[in-house]
Design a protein around this ligand. Structure first.
Ligand SMILES: Cc1cc2nc3c(=O)[nH]c(=O)nc-3n(C[C@H](O)[C@H](O)[C@H](O)COP(=O)(O)OP(=O)(O)OC[C@H]3O[C@@H](n4cnc5c(N)ncnc54)[C@H](O)[C@@H]3O)c2cc1C
Length: 418
């Protein structure tokens, strides 16, 4: 507690999850100190936001600012091959409360916007690396003496009531307490860079291209396009020794890339990410909690990471304000259910069932019975990808049911992602 009897929370990490949590905690009247190490690589993944993020931007009062440096996003384009592209337009999706658009953003500016929102809400920002230590061999953690000293203005030498790991995939706290981690099924490498003069089919859409091995994204940003390659760890070495060689060779030599009329010119270094699929088995402890990627990250394919980070932050703020065991347990269960729901949809992207289903849907749409199915399908399926409904039992069931029974004899192997 602070001198005014308010509960104190220290957040380690000033990314989207940490800043969003800080802002919501302040709204609940808690006393918040956020440690942000300011270590930012030249560019960061997480540039494509899905529509369910927009209500968070509004609640935090930053949508206008984000719109000024972001690019407006109206849908998604799936590129199967040169001859077949599928567009999903958010505005055509029926029902739901989510806005029918979103934004693509440069991460450095987006993170700064959210951090400013947190400090405007009243959080104290300490621009240093926050360090933790375990209390004996218990389940408790505390700030190290030098970390506590760095926050003397806000914490006044007293350990906070709660400590939250918002450090991203570094997962400092789970490592410290040796918490088990459930790794996902894929072992992929992601290579990420910004390019100029890249062709996109639809200016407003995020593009997902199926490659000979793996897949790639194209995210239109102002004056450039973010390009990422996702290729399994074993195959990536065939493309070169360094991240730059691998990226440039994939761009030049993957047969699917030759379908791009303008392959583009790389204007940034290449960032490499590996082993990113993971979910910690427990997100709440005696005096600590995990939020955002520190709790879990599923996969980049449907751009769900930022939404999950912000949803978990809002939910955790409410749970810490409530401070009942029930609210904390509910938070833990909510995040796990959210991550699991995304994981099962995403598995059907990799096993080829979703892409097959979309293609079959295009063909049956004009038949009488196809129209009936299509009505339901178009209401629920894209809502899942907008982030609106992924944990809605009916929508999840429909995705599962259609991916299993709605392929009308088509073999999903054709569109499996290798
Ligand atoms: C290949 C790939 C592509 C992706 N693409 C998308 C996408 O298009 N759309 C999307 O929504 N999501 C995407 N994501 C996911 C998205 O990047 C994350 O879900 C999101 O960044 C999570 O935010 P976070 O705040 O939890 O973690 P982070 O963004 O990692 O932020 C953590 C912050 O904490 C700081 N920090 C770390 N340790 C400390 C410490 N000890 N003290 C102080 N500060 C510390 C770090 O410097 C960083 O600023 C992608 C992920 C990957 C791997």
């Amino acid at each position: 507690m602070n001198d005014q009897g308010r509960k104190t929370v220290a957040i380690l990490g000033g990314g989207p999850a940490g800043s969003t949590l800080a802002a919501y905690l302040c709204k609940h009247g808690l006393d918040v100190t956020m440690f942000a190490d300011g270590k930012r690589p030249p560019l960061i993944v997480g540039e494509s936001l899905i529509p369910a993020v927009v209500p968070f931007l509004r609640e935090l009062g930053v949508e206008e600012e984000v719109a000024a440096y972001g690019t407006w996003k109206g849908g998604a384009t799936f590129v199967y091959d040169r001859d077949y592209h599928l567009n999903i337009w958010f505005k055509e999706v029926r029902g739901g409360n989510t806005p029918k658009y979103s934004y693509n953003v440069p991460r450095d500016r987006f993170d700064a916007t959210l951090r400013d929102a947190a400090t405007r809400a009243g959080a104290a920002l300490v621009e240093t690396t926050g360090k933790l230590e375990r209390v004996g061999d218990s389940d408790r953690v505390r700030l190290t003496d030098d970390t506590l000293a760095a926050a003397r203005d806000s914490l006044a030498g007293r350990q906070p009531d709660w400590i939250v790991d918002a450090m991203g995939r570094g997962r400092g706290l789970p490592k410290l307490l040796d918490l088990p981690v459930d790794a996902g099924s894929r072992r992929d490498t992601a290579l990420h860079a910004h390019l100029e003069n890249v062709e996109v089919e639809v200016e407003t859409n995020v593009h997902t291209d199926r490659l000979s091995r793996g897949w790639s994204w194209r995210i239109p940003l102002q004056g450039r396009v973010s390009v990422g390659f996702i290729v399994d760890d074993a195959s990536i070495r065939e493309f070169g020794a360094t991240a730059e060689e691998q990226f440039d060779n994939l761009l030049r030599h993957d047969p699917k890339m030759r379908d791009w009329s303008a392959p583009g010119r790389r204007i940034t270094p290449v960032m490499k990410y590996t082993n990113y699929q993971a979910r910690v088995t427990r997100g709440i402890g005696t005096n600590w909690a995990l939020v955002g990627d520190a709790f879990g990250f599923v996969d980049p394919v449907f751009s769900s990471g930022m939404l999950i980070a912000m949803q978990s932050a809002r939910q955790l703020a409410a749970a810490l304000a409530d401070d009942s065991q029930r609210a904390l347990t509910d938070y833990d269960a909510y995040v796990k259910a959210n991550l699991d729901a995304w994981r099962s949809v995403i598995e059907h992207f990799y096993d080829g069932r979703l892409l097959t289903l979309f293609k079959v849907g295009q063909h049956v749409r004009n038949k009488f019975w196809g129209k009936l199915v299509d009505f339901h399908f178009r209401k629920h399926m894209p809502r899942v990808f907008m982030g609106d409904d992924v944990t809605n039992p009916y929508s999840s069931w429909l995705v599962e049911f259609m991916s299993t029974h709605g392929l009308y004899g088509h073999d999903p192997e054709e569109f499996r992602i290798l």
